[in-house]
Design a protein. Structure first.
Length: 438
């Protein structure tokens, strides 16, 4: 297979710009060249027409021999550059008048014969000095003679060719300058793209902290911003994966050790075996709950974690109160019911409050008072207050070192754009408050 070589984008941009400029400049050169050629041809034709007309008028107004009339007329003329006036008799020497022409056309009888024998009054004849653009008029009187006037095209067109050469040289110089400018501009335009490529090459699974500086509001800046957003999502995703692995290894290590230890010491006594099976089943159930909690923590970072809807706060508060009373033999008190509606995820809010209530049940005894309520102003507040031992170190309360229950509550609050906080006095219980935007 033939391997194709990828051309760098910078070279492509420069080539496209140079190609466009080459096309434009070539078009300009060709148009100017054609315009100059047409202009020169027009001037030559008008000059030839004028010269033959002047000779005819002069010959009509002056009697005499054709040769003498032609000679007198030619003495009054001042030929242009590369212009030749000829009086060509049937026999005898040719009269000539010319300017800056080195070629002696009067001596080239073959060319003169071709001109005088031509049935047309004008034309172009090849000569050793180049094409000769001529016009002729028949001189009548005394002898047969032709008055011929014409221009050597190579000399007349020399300024045109010089102008075109200058245009070509200027165009080439312009293309060279344009190439340098295009190379520089393409480099400036592609600099953010190059930074994106370099950043992508340097990014590894262990280091997703690199970001691309963004300036401006063009498409390249938008690309850089999108790339940075992608890196943020990847960083968050990898961080969640690492956190999940760390939490899983930490949380599941203890129940696995317990199950393995009891199975290794399992004897043949039926009562003992039933006790071990019951203990292992309980640990497996706890492991299942831990896995569900870990997955919930991972899902909390996803945009579809919440399903907010408009809910009636009195109905939501009553439903949560009914569910909390089934958590344990406590004195449940419904302190306050919020009025109105709010947009939130009722299932996640219920899950968070059930977790807080379960935590309160765990730290209180049978018959202890646990208060629940809700209120609304600029935010919607739900609280669980217990009469347990309180919280000693609030800074570690919502960290994963204390388990996954309270971190899940915090994740639900943050997903709503809210917060959860605790107010506690050691020995006098604690009040956990979940606040979410209305």
């Amino acid at each position: 297979m033939t391997r194709t070589t990828d051309v760098p984008a910078r070279v492509k941009i420069m080539c496209w710009l140079l190609g466009l400029m080459t096309l434009v400049l070539a078009t300009v050169v060709v148009v100017v060249w054609r315009f100059l050629l047409v202009d020169v041809a027009d001037r030559v034709n008008r000059a030839l027409e004028q010269e033959t007309g002047e000779f005819s008028t002069y010959a009509e107004n002056h009697a005499g021999d054709a040769r003498s009339v032609a000679e007198a007329h030619m003495r009054l003329q001042y030929p242009d550059e590369y212009e030749v006036h000829l009086a060509v008799p049937a026999t005898g020497p040719v009269l000539v008048q010319r300017s800056q022409v080195t070629y002696a056309l009067e001596d080239d009888r073959a060319v003169l014969a071709a001109i005088t024998a031509s049935p047309t009054s004008w034309g172009v004849t090849a000569t050793p000095a180049g094409p000769f653009h001529w016009a002729k008029v028949h001189a009548v009187g005394g002898s047969d003679m032709w008055f011929v006037t014409g221009y050597f095209e190579d000399g007349v067109l020399a300024p045109v060719h010089a102008t075109v050469r200058v245009l070509v040289l200027v165009s080439l110089a312009g293309l060279l300058i344009a190439a340098l400018i295009a190379w520089f501009v393409a480099g400036v335009i592609l600099a953010p793209v190059r930074m994106v490529r370099q950043a992508a090459a340097e990014i590894t699974e262990d280091d997703l902290t690199r970001r691309i500086p963004v300036s401006g509001n063009d498409d390249v800046a938008a690309l850089a911003r999108q790339f940075n957003s992608m890196l943020d999502r990847l960083d968050r995703s990898f961080r969640l994966q690492r956190q999940f692995l760390d939490d899983a290894s930490h949380e599941l290590r203890t129940p696995i050790t317990i199950v393995r230890g009891h199975l290794e010491l399992l004897g043949d006594d039926p009562a003992e075996r039933a006790s071990v099976v019951r203990l292992c089943t309980d640990e497996l159930d706890r492991m299942a709950r831990l896995v569900e909690d870990l997955l919930l923590m991972v899902k909390a970072e996803r945009p579809d974690f919440l399903r907010p809807v408009a809910v009636s706060l009195p109905e939501l508060t009553s439903d949560i109160d009914a569910k909390l009373r089934a958590l344990g033999d406590r004195r449940w008190v419904l302190e306050s019911i919020a009025e109105g509606e709010a947009v939130l995820d009722p299932q996640r809010v219920t899950q968070a409050l059930v977790q807080l209530a379960s935590n309160a049940v765990k730290h209180t005894t049978a018959g202890a008072t646990i208060r629940f309520g809700s209120s609304v102003d600029s935010t919607v507040s739900f609280w669980i207050a217990d009469s347990g031992p309180g919280v000693r170190d609030e800074s570690l309360l919502f960290s994963r070192s204390t388990g996954l229950g309270l971190p899940i509550v915090k994740a639900i609050a943050l997903a709503h754009g809210g917060t959860v906080h605790v107010r506690s006095v050691p020995g006098e219980g604690a009040t956990f408050t979940l606040e979410v935007p209305r």
